[in-house]
Design a protein around this ligand. Structure first.
Ligand code: C5P
Length: 217
C-alpha cells in the first residue's frame, strides 16, 4: 500500500493551512512547491510542519550548476525534510545537493533527496522520456533516496522503478492529470507515494477527497 502525498499548490496561506490541517488525518506527507512558496515565503514550510506534524518535501525541481544547487539545497533543507531536484542536469549537480543532505544527516537530521526522472505531463515525452532511463540509472548510482516517475504512464513508472531499484518512488498524475490509480497500484509498494494535488485541494470537501484517496490506496 503506497502512501499519500498531498501536492499543496494553493496560493493563499490560510487556505494552505486549512487544507493541510483538514486532510492531515489521511495524508502521509505534504509536497510544497513554487506556487505556495512564491505566494508566501520559505517559512511556510515550517508553519505547515508545525500545524500538521507531517513531513514536508519541497518541490523546487532544482536544475542548476552544482554551486547554485548547493545554495538552493542549503536554504531549502533548513526548513524542509526533503528536496526534489532534476536529474537531467547531470551527476555533479545532483551530487551537490546530496552533499548538503549528508551534512544534515551527520548532525542527526535526516533529509531526503528526490530526483525527477520523467515528468507526468504530455510534453515530457519530447525531451525527457528518451533520456529518463539513463537518469533513473544515475539515481541508482548516486543512491538518491527517491525518484519522481509518472502515474500517467504506468508502464514507464514500472520501468523507471525497476531501474532505480533502491529508491522509493513518488508519483504524480493521479486525479486531475487522469492517471489510472488501479494500474499505478500494481506497480507501487509501501515505500512509495502517490501524489495527489488538485483532486484534493480543488474538491469542495478536501477532507473527504483525501479520505477517499487514502481508502483507495
Ligand atoms: O494537481 P496534480 O495532482 O496534477 O499535482 C501534481 C503535482 O506533482 C504538482 O505539484 C506537479 O508540479 C507535480 N509534478 C508532476 N510531474 C512531475 C513532477 C512533479 O506533476 N514529474
Amino acid at each position: 500500500m503506497p502512501k499519500l502525498m498531498l501536492a499543496l499548490d494553493v496560493l493563499d496561506e490560510s487556505e494552505a493551512i486549512k487544507i493541510s490541517e483538514e486532510t492531515s488525518e489521511y495524508v502521509d506527507c505534504i509536497k510544497i512547491g513554487y506556487p505556495l512558496v512564491l505566494a508566501t515565503d520559505l517559512g511556510i514550510i515550517k508553519r505547515i510542519k508545525e500545524k500538521t506534524n507531517k513531513e514536508v518535501i519541497c518541490d523546487f525541481k532544482v536544475a542548476d550548476i552544482p554551486a547554485t544547487n548547493e545554495k538552493i539545497a542549503r536554504l531549502t533543507l533548513n526548513y524542509a525534510d526533503g528536496i526534489i531536484c532534476q536529474g537531467f542536469v547531470g551527476l555533479d549537480s545532483v551530487k551537490a545537493i546530496i552533499n548538503v543532505a549528508e551534512e544534515y544527516k551527520q548532525v542527526g537530521n535526516s533529509k531526503k533527496v528526490i530526483m525527477v526522472t520523467e515528468m507526468s505531463h504530455e510534453g515530457a515525452k519530447s525531451f525527457m522520456q528518451p533520456i529518463a532511463n539513463e537518469i533513473a540509472k544515475m539515481a541508482g548510482k548516486l543512491n538518491v533516496d527517491g525518484i519522481v516517475a509518472p502515474s500517467t504512464r504506468p508502464t514507464r513508472l514500472k520501468e523507471l522503478k525497476e531501474i532505480a531499484n533502491n529508491a522509493f518512488v513518488i508519483s504524480p498524475g493521479v486525479g486531475a492529470q487522469g492517471g489510472d490509480l488501479q494500474e499505478v497500484l500494481k506497480v507501487l509498494d509501501e515505500n512509495d507515494y502517490v501524489i495527489v494535488g488538485r483532486a484534493i485541494y480543488l474538491n469542495e470537501n478536501p477532507k473527504e477527497s483525501a479520505k477517499k484517496y487514502k481508502e483507495l490506496l
